[in-house]
Structure formats: C-alpha cells, structure tokens
Ligand binder design. Structure first.
Ligand SMILES: NC(=O)c1ccc[n+]([C@@H]2O[C@H](COP(=O)([O-])OP(=O)(O)OC[C@H]3O[C@@H](n4cnc5c(N)ncnc54)[C@H](OP(=O)(O)O)[C@@H]3O)[C@@H](O)[C@H]2O)c1
Length: 348
C-alpha cells in the first residue's frame, strides 16, 4: 500500500512517519512525504532516524496523487478542503486530520474503538475524518461506560498542551518560557500563536470565540462526540483551556446517567476495555499526568483514566480524569488505526 503523508514535516505528520517506521501497518510500499515548497527535498527518514524507506519531501504544488492508495492529510483545513477531494478522485482513501469534513453527513468521523461499523462500506466521498484530539480521548473513555446505563449529559474541561498548536505552538511555549526566565517580556518573544504568552500560564480560549462566547474547540467537543457515539441529542458542555504543557491533553469529565451508577462498576468496565490504562482509587495507584504518559513509547499509545469517583450530590453521576498524547492517540495513531481498519475490509 502506497501512502502519502501531507503535512509530513509537522508534529502530526512526523508522528505518522514514526508509527509507520514502528510497523503499525503491514505491507507499506512507497511512503511519499508532502509539505510546503520550503521543505521540498528534505530527508525526513534521516532527520528522524527512521529505518522506514521514505522518499524526499515533495512540495504540495508538485505532488501527483496517481497511484497513492492512502493519503493522510495533516496540513490544516484549507489544504484538506482543496486537495482531499482531488486525492479521493484519483483513487486514494483519504484520512483527514483537519476539521474540514468532520461534521459533513457523508463523511464518517471515526474512532475505531467506538464506531468501527461506519467503515463497513467504502465512504461515499472516499474521505474519512479523524476527530479532534480532545474528542478522541473523551469518547474512548466514555464508550465503555455505556455498559453502565444511558449517558444523559457530559461536562468536560480540557487542559490542552502546546503541541496541539503544532510546531509553532511548541516553539512559542519554548520561546516565551525562555523569555520569562531571562526576565524579558514573554509577549515580545513570539507573535502569539495562542493569543497570549503561554509560559507558566493557562489560556481559557482555544480557537476563535463565537458571539455567544463558546470557542471553536468547545464546539468541536460538543458536536463530535455526538456524531461518533451516534447520540445526536447528548447534552455536552465543554470548557477548553490551553496550558503550559509541552505534550498531552488532560480532561476533567463529569458524566451523568439516567439511573444510579457506581464507581466500582465504572472501573470494571474501563478495565475490561483494550487500549485504556486505568488507575484505581488506592493512593498507591496514582493518577495519569501528561509527562510520564507522553514520555513512554508504550504509554503514549493508550488512553489513561483515573480519579474515577462518585458525584457526592448525584448518585447518577461520576467524575473521571482522562489523559492522552494528542499527537499519537489524538491524531496519528487514530488515523493509522482507521487505515488498519479499512485495510481489513474488502472494499479497500
Ligand atoms: N497537533 C495536534 O495535536 C493535532 C491533533 C489532531 C489534529 N491536528 C490537525 O492536524 C493538522 C496538522 O497539525 P500539526 O499540529 O501537525 O501542524 P504543524 O506542526 O504546524 O504542521 C503543519 C504541516 O502542514 C504543512 N503545511 C502548512 N502549510 C502548507 C502549505 N501551504 N503547503 C503545503 N504544506 C503546508 C507544513 O509544512 P512545512 O513544514 O513545509 O511548512 C507541516 O508539514 C491540522 O489540521 C491540525 O488541526 C493536530
């Protein structure tokens, strides 16, 4: 299978290449990295120390979609909007990491552990949408809890890392931190990717805010779980906050059911779910945090759930704390698991 990675030099694109290098997919043929003209000719295999045979980076303007079986788009919504249909028309299955197609009715929005049935037949437009990073870890923690009863409402506060803002986000965190430690003005260190200096700070706004006060990230956290979980009426309220963490998103999640539930039943359901690491309430069990999770090659492929506890004022509700690596679980890994799921179908 020949794979093009569009946006291969970005934080998500590089993670895709690293996962391909690790053998996540069998039968990988040609790997074609695509980026802007300024990156043309770069040898990403050598830069990243990969064994995988990768062609030199091709500029987006020069790329030929002919012969590409899988196109993974990670270069932002405008590029996906323009070129994903071109690759799909040329015969590729497109897996799109951007927000361009997520809410379109004829484009499946897929988390393989939650709604694999959406890929039982070939997507009508040849495009599969990868959800937002904070959505993926949320629905992977919520899905097993459906065994406890009907979920009625979700209230989520997300604490999202700098790498969620791409390479520029990481650079900005480093530059503003350095400036602050050097006694300089952090706002002068870098034009604001995040609107405000992120060093030693948190910013309660991710993406633009609507006139009614909700940010785009909060809108995604409401709409996307409804579509993925097939629960269009699910009540979801979100607050999305950018925090001075390099990598790894965390979420405080309050889940209400229509009948009483117990934390022990929730822990049992979560523990029975592959792909989750669950932390009990014994103090020795600890709790998940971005740093150790994202520093470990194995842990960063899992969704981590801890602090599972009752809402003392509501027997029908639980609290959870959910942590995952936004670049792997929240982007590249989910995209390649979509490819893996599709590869097992006769239509690919
Ligand atoms: N970061 C996350 O946690 C995350 C999670 C889920 C989804 N996503 C989505 O994934 C996509 C990529 O995000 P990222 O964080 O990886 O961003 P990033 O680090 O900023 O990387 C952007 C990539 O797009 C390429 N690119 C930008 N403008 C281009 C142009 N005009 N022509 C060709 N290539 C161009 C860049 O190439 P050059 O290096 O040559 O400029 C780079 O490879 C976005 O749609 C984002 O919303 C990100």
């Amino acid at each position: 299978m020949d794979i093009a990675v569009i946006g291969a030099t970005g934080v998500v694109g590089r993670e895709c290449l690293a996962l391909l290098d690790g053998g996540i997919l069998p039968d990988v043929g040609r790997v074609l990295p695509v980026a802007s003209a300024g990156s043309a000719g770069r040898d990403l295999g050598a830069e990243q120390g990969l064994d995988l045979k990768i062609e030199p980076v091709v500029a987006l303007e020069d790329v030929d979609p002919a012969g590409v079986d899988i196109a993974i788009f990670s270069a932002g919504a405008p590029i996906s909007t323009r070129l994903a249909p071109v690759f799909a028309a040329a015969g590729a299955l497109v897996v799109d990491n951007s927000s361009a197609f997520r809410m379109e009715d004829d484009v499946p929005l897929v988390v393989p552990q939650v709604n694999p049935q959406t890929l039982d037949s070939r997507p009508a437009r040849g495009i599969v949408a990868n959800p937002n990073c904070s959505t993926i870890q949320l629905v992977r923690a919520l899905h097993p809890l459906r065994a406890l009863g009907e979920i009625d409402r979700v209230i989520v506060s997300s604490y999202q890392s700098a790498s969620g803002g791409g390479l520029r986000g990481l650079e900005e965190l480093a530059d503003t931190t350095r400036a602050l430690l050097d006694g300089a003005d952090p706002a002068a260190a870098r034009p604001g990717k995040f609107g405000q200096p992120l060093a030693f700070n948190l910013i309660p706004e991710i993406g633009l805010r609507d006139a009614d006060g909700h940010s785009h990230e909060e809108r995604k956290l409401r709409r996307e779980p409804r579509k993925i979980m097939g629960m269009p009426e699910l009540r979801v309220a979100a607050t999305a906050v950018r925090v001075a963490v390099v990598n790894g998103h965390s979420e405080a999640v309050h889940v209400s059911f229509t009948a009483p539930v117990s934390p022990d039943d929730a822990l049992a359901a979560l523990r029975a779910t592959p792909g989750l690491r669950v932390y009990g309430n014994d103090p020795a069990d600890g709790y998940p945090m971005p740093q150790p999770v994202c520093a470990s090659p194995t842990e960063r492929r899992l969704v981590h759930v801890g602090r599972v506890r009752a809402d003392e004022d509501d027997p029908c509700a639980l609290w959870l704390w959910v942590v995952a690596d936004n670049l792997t679980v929240g982007a590249a890994l989910n995209a390649l698991e979509i490819v893996s799921l599709a590869a097992g179908k006769s239509w690919l």
